[in-house]
Design a protein around this ligand. Structure first.
Ligand code: NAD
Length: 323
């Protein structure tokens, strides 16, 4: 296999650090570019160079791109959808302008491949399930808008500048490294499974469930949880796809199966042997009852399939980080 020089932007964060670990194991030469706003130095293996920098700063990202880079992975973003409705200008600056700076630096330094973290948030309220890539794009929050705005720019830079891109639309990323290589847990998590682990490990007294009167078997919302190592495998396959086929790629990454909030809590309780105290409270605005991905296209084009995303396995991989 060809050894590549890979720049992982946002590689100190939750998802990026898992991809960094796999890229290093595959023998690639990896550089991480990160401002550590939500990432951790400790997540980066010793052999990987960390460039402390910010994608909002054109000259910093341009400098990093000069290092003979073959492929860029781009994970750096603000991701709290609720915040994006309060301070959209920050999301515009970080996510959109920051990514345009990355694309500018790629053009200037003749870097031709990028794998981008997009999101199920581009779809908004489901018109049908499971959601495939042909589903209407109607983001319900500004965060989702930043993701589709970047995808549209990637399309243009592909046409105009021959930059090949993979936009990977993740559903609910969860779990920690099956091999225990990533040590730091996320700060202030907003997703369900880390909250379950915070209750299980005594960091938090209880968690709130927003609504138990949805039209689902147990009344709580259903989501598609995808293990971070499954995401990582898809990233490596997407990189190979770009390099071998010289074609762009836009795919969902999910399991095609949903789990309700109560099912997730029960799995966490079973694996940890702890009681997960919870309280039902009012629904949140804009929470669809069910979100499930069709990942048929990823299977067809990449030969990818989720292997680690069983709920109990997800919690087993989280135990080592929380206890
Ligand atoms: P994270 O916050 O753990 O990681 C983001 C990383 O980017 C951090 O290390 C942070 O320090 C860095 N960063 C942020 N802004 C930066 C900037 N201006 N300059 C340089 N570095 C910067 O988040 P994550 O969960 O690992 O998410 C990674 C990507 O995946 C994001 O683009 C997110 O929108 C997307 N995504 C995440 C999920 C999920 O469930 N976690 C779902 C869909 C999409």
């Amino acid at each position: 296999m060809q050894k590549l020089n890979i720049l992982v932007i946002g590689g100190a964060g939750y998802i990026g650090s898992h991809i960094v670990a796999d890229l290093v194991e595959e023998g690639h030469s990896v550089i991480v570019f990160d401002n550590l706003s939500s990432g951790f130095k400790e997540n980066i293996p010793d052999e990987v160079e960390l460039i402390l920098g910010d994608i909002k700063n054109k000259s910093e990202i341009n400098e990093a791109m000069k290092k003979n880079i073959n492929v860029v992975f781009h994970f750096a973003a603000l991701k709290a959808a609720g915040d994006s409705m309060i301070v959209p200008e920050k999301f515009a600056d970080n996510n959109i302008s920051g990514t345009l700076n990355i694309l500018g630096a790629m053009v200037e330094n003749d870097v031709k491949s990028i794998v981008f973290s997009s999101s199920a948030a581009v779809y908004g309220e489901p018109a049908y399930l499971p959601i495939d890539e042909k589903h209407p794009i109607v983001p319900e929050n500004y965060y989702g808008y930043t993701k589709i705005c970047i995808e549209r720019n990637l399309e243009w830079f592909s046409k105009l500048k021959n930059i090949r891109y993979a936009a990977l639309r993740y559903f609910n990323a969860t779990g920690y490294d099956v091999k225990g290589r990533v040590k730091c847990k996320e700060n202030n998590p907003a997703n369900l499974s880390p909250l379950v682990m915070e209750v299980a490990s005594g960091m938090r007294e209880k968690l709130y469930i927003y609504g138990n009167d949805y039209d689902t078997p147990d009344g709580t919302c259903i989501r598609d949880y995808i293990h971070v190592n499954d995401l990582s495998e898809a990233h490596l396959l997407a990189m190979d796809y770009l390099l071998k086929n010289d074609k762009d790629l836009v795919v969902n990454l999910g399991t095609g199966k949903g789990a309700s909030v109560l099912e997730v809590i029960n799995a966490g309780a079973k694996v940890t042997g702890k009681t997960i105290s919870h309280e039902f409270t009012a629904r949140r605005a804009g929470d669809p009852s069910e979100l499930i991905a069709s990942s048929e296209l990823a299977r067809e084009l990449l030969g990818w399939e989720a292997k680690y995303s069983d709920l109990e396995n997800i919690f087993r991989t989280m135990e080592a980080v929380y206890f």
